[in-house]
Design a binder for this molecule. Structure first.
Ligand code: 3PG
Length: 211
């Protein structure tokens, strides 16, 4: 099966990959349209809620401008289910060889999560050079990324966890950061209120972050 979008393509498309938690299938399509209207089309829908797969499917079918990915992929079964629901890339909070293999088997590129040098080396051994740094701000933030830029000069990171519109700047200015991830583009209260214009405005602001 062909890989849909490479991890590098996913990272380079916009400065921010939104980390999305959806509790209601009815929110999925209008939310995705708002993000796309604001200039963000790589959408990480996390597998954290009972309706996450149905939400992915709705976005994949009804929002042609969006590229839906699966977040919180923690097992081979998650990868298979996400691909079946229309996901075109995967993001995981950590890395296991089994998850990597399942993503390849299902034609999904993977942004594996790492937080230590050993985890980076393990992911590199399996051919991954684009990695998610998670949880980024809690695990060392920009200082950690600067330290890694020496030994891991050939790795590009997507720091995620504790990233905001305010601190994204500093992260994006680092040469080994290709993009950042964060949940601030899709606040739970904006979803609950159906405030799509607020989500669009947050996406527009994020899409204009310099890098
Ligand atoms: C997550 O997996 O929850 C992401 O890292 C998002 O973290 P954030 O809510 O701090 O952006």
């Amino acid at each position: 099966m062909a890989v849909n979008f490479s991890a590098l393509q996913v990272m380079q498309d916009a400065p921010v990959i939104p980390v999305i938690v959806l509790n209601d299938v009815a929110h999925a399509v209008p939310m995705a349209r708002a993000l796309v209207a604001g200039g963000i089309r790589m959408l990480e829908v996390t597998l954290r809620t009972p309706h996450a797969l149905a939400c992915m499917q709705a976005i994949a079918q009804e929002v042609p401008g969006a590229v839906v990915g699966a977040g919180t992929v923690r097992s081979p079964a998650d990868a298979a289910a996400a691909a079946k629901a229309g996901a075109r890339f995967a993001v995981s909070p950590g890395y296991t060889r089994a998850v990597g293999q399942a993503c390849r088997d299902n034609g999904l590129s993977l942004l594996p999560g790492v937080a230590t040098g050993s985890e980076i080396m393990m992911a590199q051994e399996d051919g991954y050079t684009e990695l998610k740094f998670f949880p980024a701000m809690q695990a060392g933030g920009p200082a950690m990324l600067k330290a890694w830029s020496g030994p891991f000069f050939d790795v590009k990171f997507c720091p995620t966890g504790g990233v905001t519109q305010q601190n994204a700047h500093e992260l994006l200015s680092l040469p080994n950061v290709a993009c950042v991830g964060g949940s601030w583009l899709v606040p739970a209260d904006a979803l609950a209120q159906g405030d799509w214009s607020r989500i669009e405005a947050l996406a527009r602001e994020a899409s204009r972050l310099p890098r």
